[in-house]
Design a protein. Structure first.
Lengths: 327, 316
């Protein structure tokens, strides 16, 4: 894809450099061209969206203008940028004076709670869920991948079969069953999402280990008397770290989607905690009178997932282009 | 081919046994299914009745025996009796599966009809307006969860334009009711099909034999359809068949949003909520069966389209 796109940008080639084996092409660009070039080359917008997400997750709940779970029923279903129409003493008062009284940036929901506040809180929920389940899933997936690739034989066969069986199950079904058995709650949700995350690592890591373990330096380490454990985690692990990071980033968008779907179905985060999936589900009965109640949290999910996808693709092209063949 | 099918069958068998066994074990962690027959206070059932109930449901046997009994009955086509509704599980599933299959097939047709032509168009007219439209569709399809696509579709076509009904499925066939659910279900698959078709089409168009065909003067359209498309379709066709498995996830959400009386909503979701474990196991069994059939079909289709693929290796 990149060859023809860069060809169009070659405007000026210094003839003196053409003799050298390494031709350095100097490209002249206008200001807009420069900005466009940076936007194409680096994931500027995704990084921006994700920094906003992290910012919202870290300080959002503190700076949010209203109470998370308390609303004024008379103010229900205000639209975007709308202010309360109630007399001032009956309004929900902002938590600090700087915020214009009764002003709701993203409107209110069906019981008058401020959507902006709830979206900010939802960012924290999403971040927590994804970070924890990704780290746990990554730990399990990478360990199993390394062990399976390193030892081979029966262990490898068993682990690969387990991953195969796992892929044969629709995850939502598994999640519902787990939730049915262990009850609804944050811990169970994190457990379910870690279950979603681990399998994606195993095959990729295993394939890489199969290549890496043939290397001379591994043989040298073994000759030196290094234990299996040391070879796996001291000598092989650094070699697959890039892959793990790329797969992790690509998986994290899937985790956000999974979390939102579970919360939407009622098996994930429970109301009144404002996960974005919960907010969408609460709004779906009011689609005809207050569509923003669905569209605001949906847009939040969508933006974050798009950004993670772009960032993941970019990281993959940068760190580990071979992974391209996988999807 | 026979060898491949045998291996495939064996690994499918392992998958089915592994998955149902896992669920069997998981269910043991949950409260006794006999609780369903007892009022909350525990009043109204005697010790003898409790044990008799356990005997009737086979709960007093050891776990492995319960599993073997269940498997034996299942192989004879009997999935047991639903606890919550006192009807045969096979009847319950049979009554619902039609609606889900209709939904899945509709979504599938939508995905193929949108995804593959879009992908070809985006590859042939690369870098133009059409390419960007295609990529936009792909980005939206991959990043929007099915409930968001479904709700936005309802918002646009049912609430705003008022063209189509917002949900439900009447006993008589009404094509209007199918459009939105199928679209919501097929959208994500259309996006991934489109991406796959585009990239494999680009790869093929860049190859030597296409250049040769062009050089000897074959018309461009003929090159695209006869030389390029057939080779480029390998990956999308495989994926189009595999997509069915992922839909069991999507179908559940779409069925909930559109109040669609299918197996996902009416059997699985309610089985979970009612703690109805024969129904749950039956549904899981059917789901896995459907998945494995399509995974095998995908592998076979793969070899029919591309004879270079050696079947023996596909399992690794």
């Amino acid at each position: 894809m990149t060859t023809s796109e860069t060809q169009g940008e070659v405007l000026h080639v210094d003839s003196s450099t053409l003799d050298s084996p390494l031709v350095r092409v100097k490209v002249k660009r206008s200001l807009i061209g420069k900005v466009w070039y940076v936007f194409r080359k680096y994931p500027v917008l995704p990084t921006f969206v994700l920094s906003m997400l992290i910012l919202a997750a870290v300080i959002g709940p503190t700076v949010a203008p209203y109470e998370r779970d308390i609303g004024v029923i008379g103010d229900r279903h205000l639209g975007l940028f709308e202010s309360s129409k109630l007399p001032i003493e009956k309004q929900d008062a902002p938590k600090y004076g700087l915020w214009p009284a009764g002003f709701h940036l993203l409107g209110t929901d069906h019981i008058g709670r401020d959507e902006f506040t709830r979206v900010l809180h939802g960012a924290r929920v999403s971040m927590q869920v994804v970070l924890v389940s990704l780290v746990v899933g990554m730990f399990i997936g990478v360990s199993l991948g390394v062990i399976s690739g390193y030892y081979g034989g029966l262990i490898d066969e068993v682990i690969t079969r387990i991953v195969d069986v796992w892929y044969a199950l629709p995850f939502l079904m598994v999640a519902l069953i787990v939730v049915l058995i262990f009850g609804r709650g944050l811990t169970v949700l994190l457990f379910v999402l870690a279950l979603v995350a681990w399998a994606g690592f195993v095959r990729v890591i295993r394939a890489q280990i199969l290549v890496l373990k043939q290397m001379d330096y591994v043989a040298a380490a073994r000759v030196n008397g290094a234990s299996d454990f040391r070879i796996m985690f001291k000598h092989l692990l650094p070699g697959i770290l890039n892959t793990a990071i790329v797969v992790g980033t690509l998986n994290s968008s899937g985790l956000i989607l999974a979390e939102s779907v579970l919360s939407f179905v009622g098996a994930g985060i429970q109301p009144p905690t404002p996960a974005w999936g919960v907010m969408t589900n609460e709004g779906r009965d009011y689609l005809s009178i207050a569509a923003h109640q669905v569209l605001v949290p949906s847009a939040a999910i969508f933006l974050v997932v798009v950004s993670l996808n772009f960032l993941g693709d970019w990281l993959r092209d940068r760190l580990d282009p071979r992974l391209r063949q996988i999807d | 081919m026979a060898n491949f099918l045998a291996r495939r069958f064996l690994s499918s068998l392992i998958s089915v046994i592994g998955a149902t066994m896992a669920i069997f074990i998981l269910i043991q962690f949950h409260s006794d299914p006999r609780q369903l027959f007892v009022p909350d206070s525990g009043y109204g059932i005697s010790e003898e009745q409790w044990i008799a109930l356990g005997d009737r449901m086979g709960l007093n046997d050891p776990l492995w025996k319960q599993y073997v009994t269940w498997m034996g009955r299942t192989l004879r086509g009997d999935l047991g009796v639903s606890l919550a509704r006192d009807r045969a599980v096979t009847d319950l599933i049979k009554g619902k599966i039609g609606a889900t299959v209709q939904l899945a097939v509709g979504g599938w047709i939508f995905a193929i009809a949108l995804g593959i032509p879009m992908g070809v168009l985006a590859a042939v007219k690369r870098g133009t307006f059409w390419d960007y439209v295609g990529r936009g569709v792909a980005i939206v399809g991959q990043a929007a969860p099915p409930f968001v696509t479904a709700l936005v579709a309802i918002w646009i076509f049912a609430v705003w334009l008022n063209w189509l009904p917002a949900g439900g499925r009447s006993p008589d066939f009404n094509w209007k009711e199918y459009i939105l659910p199928c679209m919501a279900l097929g959208w994500g698959a259309a996006a991934s099909l489109m991406r796959l078709t585009r990239s494999s089409m680009l790869e093929v168009l860049d190859s030597e034999y296409i250049r040769l065909a062009r050089a000897k003067g074959v018309a461009w359209n003929w090159v695209i359809y006869k030389h390029a498309l057939r080779n480029a379709l390998i990956a999308p066709v495989t994926s189009a068949l595999l997509v069915f498995s992922g839909w069991l996830n999507g179908a559940l959400v779409v069925e909930i949003v559109f109040s669609w009386p299918g197996i996902g909503y009416d059997a699985l979701y309610r089985a979970v909520n009612d703690n109805d474990f024969p129904l749950l196991l039956g549904t899981v069994f059917i789901f896995i069966l459907i998945y494995l059939v399509f995974a095998t079909l995908a592998d076979i289709a793969y070899t029919l389209i591309d004879p270079r693929v050696r079947l023996g290796n596909s399992a690794d």
